[in-house]
Design a protein around this ligand. Structure first.
Ligand SMILES: [Cu+2]
Length: 306
């Protein structure tokens, strides 16, 4: 039986409704299954606390790039769906639609526009990258970082990155082990330097809240990784190893405590005078032990590895 020309059949309308329903469910599923709060959505998965100026800049670059990408995406999707709906073949159509070829203004626009977009993204990326990798001539504080299978050691130094010597004649260090999360204490000020190297294999120094990680290499002086950050807030931040380095890689955690410059002085002086890290932390009113992460049970026989 021939259907009435130009009028969608009931069957076709039913199919369209089903398609719209399925598309709606497909769009809702990721939102429901991801289990994110609405607040998290606005941060696009990035941490809310950003204790360094560099992390603020990286965050702004990321959010700006994402908004630009979404704007381009919305225009492309909008045009695509508009074409699908507005220029759908009708039963009354007898010939091909008008073909547009060799439209110079349109082709020039479509070529130039992406270059403008790339140029803007490139410019801001270079600016932020330069700020993130910038080093001062004289840092305000410096810590040596030693990564080893499977923990961290931090050595407190003077402004020239020379290790400080304690009352016992040994370098002032903080070393983690299976039962103890090492804490690195740093002052809340600009130009705080880190000098990192590894004892054995490649590790990676990562403080997620700082939006920053750096590979740490074994080898001599020319394999030392150096970087600086400008802190802008105090707090405790979990640190991790971000380079698969062996069996207990996942357990290789530390905690970074950003304290006021005065408290940092007091802390380091106390350490030089022989106080342990927990003792020195209590002297400046800080929690004596790490609380952003806990030691893992590394004994496979216990059956309680978490
Ligand atoms: Cu590692």
């Amino acid at each position: 039986m021939r259907q009435v020309v130009g009028k969608p059949s009931r069957e076709r309308r039913g199919r369209a409704r089903r398609a719209i329903g399925l598309t709606g469910i497909a769009a809702l599923l990721p939102i429901v299954l991801a289990g994110c709060s609405l607040d998290d959505a606005f941060y696009l998965g990035w941490p809310r606390t950003r204790p360094t100026t560099q992390s603020e800049q990286m965050f702004d670059l990321w959010i700006g790039s994402t908004i630009a990408a979404l704007a381009v995406g919305l225009i492309v999707w909008g045009l695509t769906f508009w074409c699908i709906v507005a220029f759908k073949k009708k039963d009354t159509d007898t010939e091909l639609p008008r073909q547009t070829k060799y439209n110079l203004p349109a082709e020039l626009t479509f070529t130039a526009l992406p270059f403008v977009l790339i140029g803007v993204l490139f410019y801001y990326t270079v600016v932020v990258q330069d700020n993130v990798t910038e080093m001062s001539d004289e840092p305000n504080a410096c810590t040596q970082v030693t990564a080893f299978k499977w923990n961290w050691q931090f050595t407190y130094t003077d402004e020239n990155c020379e290790p400080l010597t304690g009352a016992d004649g040994q370098a002032v260090v903080e070393t983690g082990d299976s039962d103890y999360i090492p804490i690195i204490v740093v002052p809340n000020e600009d130009d705080v330097r880190f000098e990192a190297h590894a004892e054995d294999v490649i590790h990676s120094f990562w403080v997620p809240d700082m939006l920053f990680k750096r590979d740490v290499f074994p080898g001599g002086d020319n394999q030392i990784t150096r970087w600086e950050v400008d802190f802008n807030s105090e707090g405790a931040f979990v640190g991790r190893c971000a380079e698969l380095c062996g069996a207990y890689h996942a357990f290789m955690n530390f905690e970074m405590r950003v304290v006021s410059p005065e408290d940092y002085e007091t802390f380091v002086d106390a350490r030089v005078d022989g106080a342990s890290t927990p003792e020195a932390l209590e002297m400046i009113g800080q929690e004596p032990y790490a609380f952003t992460t806990t030691p893992f049970d590394t004994d496979p026989a216990s059956g309680e590895a978490s």
